[in-house]
Write a protein that binds this ligand. Structure first.
Ligand code: ADP
Ligand code: MG
Length: 462
């Protein structure tokens, strides 16, 4: 007979597992699981996830520790079955459960050792990497690679725009591998550096063969190669040839290769076709610009790392910056660090006014002039309703939906705070605006026609 999994037991299982693996592994693979039910007679425990990659990693690597831990807690052997379900299915399977969903136990952070010779930035580790919708796949693959290099995910190709965390993830992989296995030879290098070392080796005529040998030895005697910004070698033939040989040698020796690029491999049109296809032999993951929630989380984390207290003023400043800098995490962070250092310099307290004054380059450009009024007008025109209707509290969908869309757009396109936006819509509460923003963000993901409609509206307004 099947029955629910006891909440306390489940928590015991989780906290036992968390003692035996790193915090980030725990957070990535186990914390998101949903316990479904257990069949005592058959000796099976069912859990669920909507994430294919997570299920893949658990099945390949973590079933033994999972089942052992369950045996410890229940005093009896169970088989674990991980069901692949959609988020909706998981939600509805939990309906009627009285217990709250599992909370991650608090775990002490591992201290990571930094070894200078590998040129890894100690700040770029998994603990400091904020995971959001935009990067969760790339993050999960990076962690799987770090846990078990040169196994299932080789080569790993990661791509995305500038300032979105590619280098950070690569260093994180390097740190993680070294922390678990200090003897591994991890080499992080930008492809620019690779090219310039190669050129030096070639140009040194006198010692040509020794230099070249040293170069080859360096790159072919490592366990993990992290090569950043590979787009740089496009069109550089000699570098491509040498990298091709390096790649093949390492791959045949079963060494891990991680490559980053600003584009998908298929878009590296000036690259040798053989490299382009090798880059797609295994896993290719992208990083997208972060959504609003992720931007806020990144800024909060950054402020905490800088030793700032997160009071209401700081939260407002974070909200202000997150509302403005959307496509580059480096710029997002630097806006905040600038405010922090100016406040120290001028001995002034950080608040929205101070932030606006000192970030005027960011706030004086682009969409600063867009107001909630403009947005309301545009939305009303599009949906053929009156301004009075959008400001009213009429609940009919023909009014309420455009109203939510307008609130969403105000959030996206202006710097106004949630309460201010609420005010512009007939004095609504900030939570109503937040709800509207989340609802429309959700709907956009599911409904591509709506997404197009809103994109058109945005263009129109801008
Ligand atoms: P890229 O290599 O893609 O250009 P970087 O890895 O250099 O970007 O990231 C730029 C900055 O943003 C770095 O300071 C990095 O630590 C930070 N960053 C990027 N993504 C995240 C994230 N998800 N969480 C925290 N910090 C991040
Ligand atoms: Mg980079």
């Amino acid at each position: 007979m099947k029955k629910k999994i006891d909440e306390n037991k489940w928590q015991d299982i989780l906290s036992e597992i968390s003692k035996n693996i790193t915090e980030v592994s725990y957070r990535t693979w186990f914390a998101p699981l949903t316990p479904l039910e257990m069949d005592e007679d058959a000796g099976v425990i069912y859990v669920a996830s909507s994430n294919d990659f997570l299920i893949d990693v658990l099945k390949n690597r973590y079933i033994p520790i999972f089942e052992q831990t369950i045996e410890t807690i229940y005093g009896k052997k169970y088989k674990v079955v991980i069901k692949n379900m959609t988020d909706e299915e998981i939600k509805s399977s939990l309906m009627g459960r009285t217990e709250s969903s599992p909370k991650a136990p608090v775990i002490q952070q591992d201290s990571e050792e930094f070894r200078e010779e590998y040129f890894l930035n100690p700040r770029y580790n998994f603990d400091n990497f904020i995971v959001g919708e935009n990067n969760k796949y790339a993050h999960a693959v990076a962690l799987a690679v770090a846990e078990n290099p040169a196994a299932a995910y080789n080569p790993f190709f990661i791509y995305g725009g500038s300032g979105l965390g590619k280098t950070h993830l690569m260093h994180a992989i390097g740190h993680y591998i070294l922390a678990n296995n200090p003897d591994k030879k991890v080499l992080y290098v930008s492809s620019e550096m690779f090219a310039s070392e190669l050129i030096k080796a070639i140009q040194d005529k006198k010692n040509n063969s020794t230099k070249m040998n040293a170069f080859k030895k360096k790159y072919r005697n490592i366990d993990v190669l992290l090569i950043d910004d590979i787009q740089f070698i496009e069109g550089k033939d000699a570098t491509q040839v040498e990298f091709f040989h390096t790649f093949n040698t390492l791959y045949e020796l079963e060494k891990q290769i991680v490559i980053s690029s600003d584009r998908h491999p298929s878009k590296l049109t000036d690259l040798d076709e053989r490299l382009r296809s090798r880059f797609q032999w295994n896993i290719v993951a992208d990083i997208q610009p972060p959504d609003y929630e992720t931007r806020v989380a990144i800024l909060r984390n950054k402020a905490e790392l800088e030793g700032m207290s997160i009071d209401d003023d700081m939260l407002e400043v974070i909200d202000l910056i997150a509302g403005k800098v959307k496509f580059n995490i480096r710029e997002l962070e630097s806006a905040l660090t600038r405010i922090i250092s100016y406040s120290t310099l001028f001995k002034q307290k950080i608040n929205v006014k101070f932030a606006r004054q000192n970030l005027n380059d960011i706030f004086s450009t682009g969409d600063f002039n867009i107001s909630c009024e403009t947005i309301k007008k545009a939305v009303c025109k599009k949906y053929n309703i009156k301004i009075a209707d959008i400001e009213s509290s009429k609940r009919k969908r023909e009014f309420s939906y455009p109203r939510q869309i307008a609130m969403y757009l105000c959030r996206e396109l202006t710097d106004e705070s949630l309460p201010k936006i609420g005010k512009a819509f007939g004095g609504r509460d900030h939570s109503t605006v937040k709800h509207a923003y989340e609802k429309i963000s959700d709907d956009i993901k599911k409904d591509s026609i709506l997404a197009d409609e809103i994109r058109a509206l945005k263009n129109n307004i801008e």
